[in-house]
Design a protein around this ligand. Sequence first.
Ligand SMILES: NC(=O)c1ccc[n+]([C@@H]2O[C@H](COP(=O)([O-])OP(=O)(O)OC[C@H]3O[C@@H](n4cnc5c(N)ncnc54)[C@H](O)[C@@H]3O)[C@@H](O)[C@H]2O)c1
Length: 426
Amino acid sequence: MIKKVCIIGLGYVGLPLACLAARKGYEVTGLEINTKNVEQLKAGTCHIKDEFLQTEVRELQGILQVTADPATALPSADIIIICVPTPVNHKFLPDLEYVRSAGKSVAQHLRAGQIIVLESTVNPGTTEETLQPILEQSSLQAGKDFHLVHCPERIDPGNKKWNLSNIPRVLGSLTTEGAAAAKQFYASIVNADILILNGLKEAEATKIMENSFRDVNIAFMNEMAKSFDKAGIDVTEVIRGASTKPFAFLPHYPGCGVGGHCIPVDPYYLIEGAKKFHFEHKFLELARKINESMPEYTVSLLAEELNKIGKSVKGSQIGLYGVAYKKDVDDTRESPSLEIMRLLREKGATLFIYDPHAKHKNNVADFEEFLKHSDYLLIATNHAEFTGLELEKLKENDIKIIIDGRNCLDKEKIQQLGIVYKGIGR
Ligand SMILES: NC(=O)c1ccc[n+]([C@@H]2O[C@H](COP(=O)([O-])OP(=O)(O)OC[C@H]3O[C@@H](n4cnc5c(N)ncnc54)[C@H](O)[C@@H]3O)[C@@H](O)[C@H]2O)c1
């Protein structure tokens, strides 16, 4: 009978899970190494700028326990869920150091009967080949003395329709007993199907395949956008047309780049992992290459439009709207905006940066000042604030060119205002 839950890593994945389990009546302790975040959470404030999470943390103050001390969090837990980062290093190689260090903490306090779940996205084989040996340093045996499970997290921060509570889960385990125990726990907190797959590797591969699917499809659309741009075809109209087919077409959209902690990272786990079996993931490598080319492509669109009016990026007052990697979130990890920023600075632009959700990146006081200083705009994130803007305001502020890196604005209306508009393939 599961009563006590320990979540390791209280970030975008672990914190909502900890709150949900606490809401469902479990005694939840979050174990987090970032002591600043621990103090904030204890005080009922949340380090992630998400309205729902901020309310949850405030309302659950004193109910959801938070600590940086493994000895407080781990020994009494019935189920321990690891939600630590799995990034790539500067050579795009998987960095499993966080998984290893979380595993070592668990191993030091492991006791018989506990269920250990890895939720972090990992390459097929990681749970058994990397985590299991670390846990077994405790002298307890996985599958016999404790359960070992992988249940990849599939949340999509900012998505209003699909959230932790209603997204179906898949899981794999070393043993059928472990799978059943984990399924029982997840079924008690989420209101969605929970599918048990044949093994740990299948569960690990499911998550990586889902995100690679998205990366490949976005890359395909980026290629279409670049091609159609040369042919004078508006790719957004083509996608609109193709989307009317009720089967065999799933719309994906081109843009100035792919960011976040998942889609630009996870394919590299598979690319690297498959090398062990002498398999080359040509498709995934190409998709990564195309998507990584998009910030540069977007900057080149701006340079071209500036050249047409006898200007250059150098010395131009350029406003970069959006640093977060996607709409209405504060997460700037792997954001294409960071590369766009670097490229524009390298080319000598005078850059004004504004993001209402990631304010720590701003170099202007507010949106008004941002528009006032900018002559040309590059939109890297389609935050609702910007897409809901009265476009006349752009004209009032004498904006001359808009590069719409998210194809989120009304092209005709902007052109009617006498502003040059260029989207991605549009
Ligand atoms: N962010 C997403 O949208 C998302 C969605 C699905 C899956 N994932 C996957 O979930 C995992 C976590 O991602 P995230 O976005 O929540 O990362 P995050 O960086 O927001 O949070 C991870 C937290 O773990 C903490 N941490 C690291 N090592 C620790 C340790 N040894 N002990 C205790 N705490 C530790 C970090 O301080 C951090 O607060 C990754 O594998 C990611 O790929 C992320």
